[in-house]
Design a protein around this ligand. Structure first.
Ligand code: AMP
Length: 432
């Protein structure tokens, strides 16, 4: 299928051609026509699948139609969980809307000084991309008029719920016109998302891409570690590999990220940290350097790394385990971008093996254990005694689900990972 066949405005097609996009991705093929028809959507699609264009292209098409008088305030509102994702969505809106006349973008996120933000909100704009906290702050100060909002997009809705934004989202939505189109995107579909969808969407079309497009190009590996010293040695060994173009190393704490970044810097790697205690300007600088290829290693915490889209990331290394299987999926999704291959390596100690089993049950595959020559672990893997016997995965049968809700979708697409074998079925994506 071509972009022309989707029925988008020629100005948008021109921008897409200049971006080098040849054909719509699966989520774009499924979501764009329905959104152009004005339908509400509930889309389960991972980051990396082209989901931003899936909601931004039909929204821009709408803006390219009838102009909307002199009233100020956004016509399209996009809510994102993090500043980084907001920056990425704003960038995409500007890129795809380059030739659409009335498609000015304003971003409202925390950590940015008020005066500049206030000036932008006082001007004319059509697209507002915001994180919930600062948006409510600006709403309370009377700086945003929602009366002409036609489209609401909830991007990474599951993550917003994880981050405790539910009340903020409800507060925002209560202030929006009821006559609007709502497009909800989420990496996972679970009971909470179903509840949110019930309250905010009208007769939505549910589109499930996540299970199909699940990152076929990410090779996942486990390395058994004896302890911190062993982890550090293995990390250095991996990072010295010639196959490593750029890497993101995940730690569980901000302090851990700072310490590890400074250790790696001292070992000669071009490294920066990225976490929520850093000023926004520092975070932007780190990401900018990463994008320009001036950094080889970024040591990050989960929240800060959310939404990073850098095509040079060849490796994701979980120095510390993620808090949940969903976080694991988001972490490894930082590599294998735009169809490139990627490697995700998780360092795990024996006492943490139960968490790995939980991830494997969620993904419905078994992540192969590797060793590094000369750095083999002294300990042997002790599998928990109650480990369930593997059963074949259940088959996923289609792109579109009849109704939102229930269990997370099956992950049959993941089974294409190299070396992956089916593991026990029936897990929940809960935290441990
Ligand atoms: P997203 O899932 O929105 O984070 O997009 C992932 C990456 O895919 C981004 O770098 C986009 O620029 C890129 N992308 C999105 N749509 C297409 C397309 N149709 N063809 C090629 N690249 C695309």
């Amino acid at each position: 299928m071509s972009f022309e066949a989707l029925g988008l405005n020629p100005f948008i097609l021109r921008a897409l051609a200049e971006s080098g996009y040849e054909a719509p991705t699966q989520v774009q093929q499924d979501a764009v026509p329905a959104a152009l028809d004005g339908r509400d959507l509930l889309v389960s699609s991972r980051t990396g699948s082209g989901k931003t264009a899936a909601f931004m292209l039909p929204s821009l098409h709408r803006l390219s139609g009838v102009a909307c008088g002199e009233v100020r305030g956004p016509r399209v509102l996009v809510l994102t969980p993090t500043r980084e994702l907001a920056a990425q969505v704003s960038g995409a809106a500007k890129k795809y809307g380059r030739y659409v006349r009335d498609s000015r973008v304003v971003s409202v996120v925390g950590g940015v000084p008020y005066p500049a933000q206030n000036r932008m909100l006082a001007g004319r704009y059509e697209i507002l991309v915001a994180t919930p906290g600062r948006l409510i702050d600006q709403l309370d100060r009377g700086r945003i008029d929602f009366s002409r909002v036609e489209v609401l997009v909830l991007d990474e809705a599951d993550r917003m719920l994880d981050m405790g934004f539910i009340e903020d989202i409800e507060t925002v939505v209560a202030k929006l016109p009821t006559e609007r189109q709502t497009l909800m995107f989420s990496a996972t579909l679970d009971v909470r998302i179903a509840r949110l969808a019930r309250n905010m969407l009208r007769d939505p079309l549910a589109i499930n891409i996540a299970s199909q497009e699940a990152k076929p190009d990410i090779e996942q590996r486990l390395l058994l570690a004896d302890g911190l010293g062993h982890k550090n040695r293995m990390l250095e060994h991996i990072l010295r590999g010639t196959d490593v173009q750029q890497a993101i190393v995940f730690t569980s704490t901000k302090r851990g990220a700072d310490l590890l970044a400074s250790d790696l810097e001292q070992s000669g790697f071009l490294t920066a940290a990225l976490h929520g205690d850093m000023r926004q300007s520092q975070r932007n600088r780190a990401l900018d350097q990463l994008r320009r290829g001036r950094l080889r290693v970024l040591v990050a915490t989960d929240v800060a790394a959310r939404g990073i889209d850098v095509q040079g990331i060849s490796h994701v290394i979980n120095f510390d385990l993620p808090k949940s299987a969903e976080d694991y999926v988001h972490r490894i999704g930082r590599t294998g971008r735009a169809g490139r291959a990627g490697i995700a390596i998780t360092l795990v100690e024996n006492r943490e093996y139960r968490q790995i089993k939980s991830i494997e049950r969620y993904l419905r595959l078994e992540i192969p254990m590797h060793t590094l020559p000369g750095l083999e672990p002294k300990s042997r893997l002790e599998r928990p005694v109650d480990e369930r016997r593997p059963r074949p995965p259940r088959k996923w049968t289609g792109t579109r689900t009849a109704a939102p809700g229930g269990r997370p979708p099956s992950r049959s697409g993941e089974e294409r990972h190299r070396g992956a074998r089916p593991a026990a079925a029936g897990s929940k994506a809960g935290r441990w």
